[in-house]
Design a protein around this ligand. Structure first.
Ligand code: FAD
Length: 395
């Protein structure tokens, strides 16, 4: 019989893997498991918060993948038995596989910040998985009075999209500048510095004056407790900040199904072989995207897409009895600081003896002294990137 590859997760990594497996293996049976009918992307969800994008423009369905010959099942993978090579779905179906691809994204470490659990997130959103959480945060911003305080608590450690919190601050500032200009933004950070920091801060000063205040770890930026009912954040040194809108980007780990599959380690993330993205712990399971330990690659949609193509090529080669092709990857993280003001950071990577190394001299960040035309061009490249990767993945 034809080989059967099951893919769990229809986001950036999983939907890419399904499409590229299909392209590389016309005879293969490919099943994609994803609970949601329409996937809402985190990329460009900050632009939705800023009022620069409509909701529909950041959601994607699965008809095109179906038309390409991928069997899409809208259900949740509930359990995985790596020894029996079997996936049990919440709806009761059981699927046997020759190879499994997991791209479940992230889960949150509830209560790592005292008081911040699933119930608290219904009052004080994270909006770090796009969907109802993003819409909740937007409705809170819209309900806020002019002169209100927007507070964001930002985690340290490994987390989804290193520049994401600062792009969000930028887009919230854009919205407030145009609708509620007396308002303020306070960023409480658990880190000493952040991605593209000089570029963000330059753009903030130019576009938003002193609307955004960033407080680092050393200046008592680390939030240790949240009172969701009162919308307060308490810091490590005991300062309490009261917010009108409070947004928490909490500590994270791999999506829970990875732990069920036995592929996570003590860090809560998934160690993989860089040349194939096969789990180091369970054979025949390839894991891609944010769930993996793939440093120096960041946790980005761009990287998830690149890793999924490497995994699809490795699976195809292995099932056909060929050698695994050499793996290389690229990443660009675009961030929008304001209308016509884009910045980026790029990297190129390759697998070397199954670990991942950055190719020297191949990446870089936007120049700090660029002119307005350059920033405007980068904003357009960012929009072009979003259109291209969405078409590559969901059609
Ligand atoms: P996801 O894309 O989250 O997909 C995971 C999927 O798995 C989900 O659809 C989920 O429903 C499904 N799933 C989970 N568990 C199960 C289960 N048990 N059974 C079945 N399905 C399951 N990246 C960029 O490259 N560029 C950007 O501009 C950018 N901007 C961002 C802005 C923000 C605010 C945030 C939060 C992130 C941003 N990112 C960006 C990062 C990007 O969203 C992630 O890196 C990317 O989504 C990772 O892909 P993934 O496949 O690992 O996870």
């Amino acid at each position: 019989a034809a080989a059967h590859v099951v893919v769990v997760g229809g986001g950036f990594g999983g939907a890419t893997a399904a499409r590229y497996l299909r392209r590389l293996n016309p005879g293969m049976r490919i099943t994609l498991i994803e609970p949601t009918q329409r996937f809402a992307t985190c990329p460009f969800s900050n632009l939705y918060l800023g009022g620069l994008r409509e909701w529909d423009s950041i959601t994607h369905g699965y008809d095109d993948l179906r038309a390409a010959g991928v069997e899409v099942i809208h259900d949740l993978a509930q359990d995985i038995d790596g020894a029996a090579r079997r996936v049990v779905l919440a709806g009761g179906d059981v699927l046997d596989y020759d190879r499994l691809v997991l791209s479940p994204g992230i889960d949150f470490r509830w209560n790592a910040i005292e008081g911040y659990d699933e119930a608290a997130a219904e009052l004080v959103p994270h909006a770090w998985r796009a969907g109802p959480q993003t819409q909740l945060l937007k409705s809170q911003l819209e309900a806020m009075e002019d002169g209100g305080l927007f507070v964001m608590s930002i985690t340290d450690g490994a987390f989804r999209c290193p520049p994401g919190p600062y792009e969000r601050a930028s887009m919230v500032a854009h919205y407030l500048t145009t609708h509620k200009p007396k308002s303020k933004i306070l960023l409480l950070d658990s880190k000493e510095n952040f991605s593209k920091q000089a570029l963000f801060q330059q753009g903030w000063a130019a576009l938003y004056g002193n609307m955004i205040e960033w407080i680092s770890l050393a200046d008592d930026g680390q939030v240790v407790a949240i009172d969701a009912a009162n919308r307060t954040a308490e810091t490590n040194f005991g300062t309490t900040h009261r917010a009108d809108v409070l947004n928490v980007v909490p500590p994270q780990k791999a999506g829970w199904i990875a732990e069920r599959a036995g592929v996570t380690d003590a860090t809560g993330w998934v160690p993989v072989r860089g040349g194939s993205f096969e789990s180091e712990q369970v054979p025949h399971i390839h894991v891609v995207g944010d769930a993996t330990i793939a440093a120096p690659m960041p946790k980005s949609g761009f990287c998830a897409n690149a890793q999924a193509k490497v995994a699809a090529a490795a699976i195809s080669a292995e099932l056909a009895g060929r050698d695994t092709p050499p793996a290389s990857f690229a990443n660009t993280c675009y961030s929008l600081v304001g209308v016509d003001w884009g910045i980026s950071v790029a990297g190129v990577y390759r697998a070397e003896d199954d670990s991942i190394v950055e190719v020297e001299g191949a990446g870089g960040v936007s120049p700090i002294d660029a002119n307005a035309a350059f920033r405007k061009a980068e904003a357009a490249y960012g929009a072009g990137w979003y259109a291209a990767i969405s078409a590559d993945i969901w059609g």
